[in-house]
Design a protein around this ligand. Structure first.
Ligand SMILES: *[C@@H]1O[C@H](CO)[C@@H](O)[C@H](O)[C@H]1NC(C)=O
Length: 326
């Protein structure tokens, strides 16, 4: 028993190593190419992220856009920075700020944001700004149903990460091709926990595992597009035990959303390649014990569903204008 377990693990590591060395080769090739470009003196414009790409032709954008659903907590400077930026992205219909602080937003903050939106939205679009003010402070607040939403889709985002508009547009167009799917930039993965010998336990793994294996099964709601119907499903149809778990443990609302969408679609989410700019520094993911708590959530939610709804995939959507090799 012990030897068979050991040999299986060795084989797995061999496979991972092979995949890893292919990645390293590719990275070396990229480095070489970048060096050549740099020496030829024609530094391309992608180094400044605002000029990352010329926008797609206007006609290719649909008339209906997306709503920004932004979660914030006592970081008005980050909120101002993010909203000023996203107001400049074409396709933005409205901004919904999930507000769970004890004090309501100040007059000066509202004035600043309205002004920033008017200033930065390039054409004469009316971008609506709304605060969703919550009495209790629960992580479930970020998935409350939004009444009278103009668009069908929300772009759910944390206040401390910024994506260039071209990246946001790419994800939006991927979502339009798969409107029931969660589409976003931060993939995570669950694995069957082989160490316990129990077929029904799982481990949650972070970015390095996704990078190494190229596999993922969740897209975190800190940066993702999903249909607005999932907001009401989260609040009214998902088992209330899961919402209670999220409130009590102050964690895993994003995993709960991944479970909900996977259970509804029976399909994996879609990871879109994008440049991330972190403007804040300390999130809970940098605290110790993070993956253990997340692993607990995954197992607990799978228990509530009576099965594991998450589906793994290795598909990644990229902007083909920037694929240099093929
Ligand atoms: C999962 O999806 C099925 C089929 O759509 C549904 O009947 C069920 O209630 C969902 N499970 C949970 C826990 O939401």
């Amino acid at each position: 028993m012990r030897t068979s377990l050991f040999s299986r693990r060795t084989i797995r590591q061999g496979a991972v190593f092979a995949a890893g060395s292919a990645k390293i080769k590719l990275m070396l090739a990229c480095c070489l190419l970048l060096t050549l470009i740099a020496f030829s003196g024609r530094t391309p414009s992608f180094i400044g992220w605002n000029q990352y790409a010329a926008p797609l032709p206007r006609s290719s954008l649909p008339r209906r856009g997306y709503s920004l659903l932004i979660n914030t907590w006592k970081r008005n400077d980050l909120l101002k920075q993010s909203i000023s930026h996203y107001a400049s992205c074409p396709g933005l219909d409205s901004v919904h700020i999930v507000w769970s602080e004890p004090d309501p937003p100040s007059e000066s903050l509202i004035k600043f944001l309205n002004h920033a939106i008017r200033l930065n939205s390039k054409d004469a679009r009316e971008i609506e700004l709304k605060f969703d003010i919550n009495k209790e402070d629960s992580l479930n607040n970020r998935f409350k149903e939004i009444k009278d939403l103009k668009s069908d889709v929300v772009f759910s985002i944390d206040d401390d990460i910024i994506f260039p508009c071209t990246t946001v547009e790419l994800a939006f167009s991927v979502w339009q091709s798969a409107p029931d799917t969660m589409v976003g930039f931060v993939p995570r993965v669950h694995w069957l926990d082989k160490s316990t010998g129990n077929q029904d336990t799982y481990v949650y793994s972070g970015w390095w595992s996704v990078w190494w294996t190229g596999t993922y099964s969740m897209i975190l709601s800190k940066a993702s597009f999903f249909h607005k119907k999932y907001l009401s499903m989260y609040t009214y149809e998902m088992p209330s035990s899961i919402r209670e778990y999220v409130t009590n443990n102050r964690n895993c609302e994003d995993i709960a959303m991944s479970f909900l969408v996977a259970n509804a679609t029976g399909a994996p989410p879609i990871w879109v390649k994008g440049n991330i700019f972190e403007i804040g520094s300390t999130g809970i993911s940098s605290l110790g014990g993070h993956n253990e708590r997340r692993t607990h959530c995954v197992n607990w939610f799978a228990g509530e569903y009576g099965r594991m709804p998450l589906v793994s995939t290795s598909v990644k959507a990229v902007d083909s204008r920037f694929c240099w090799f093929w």
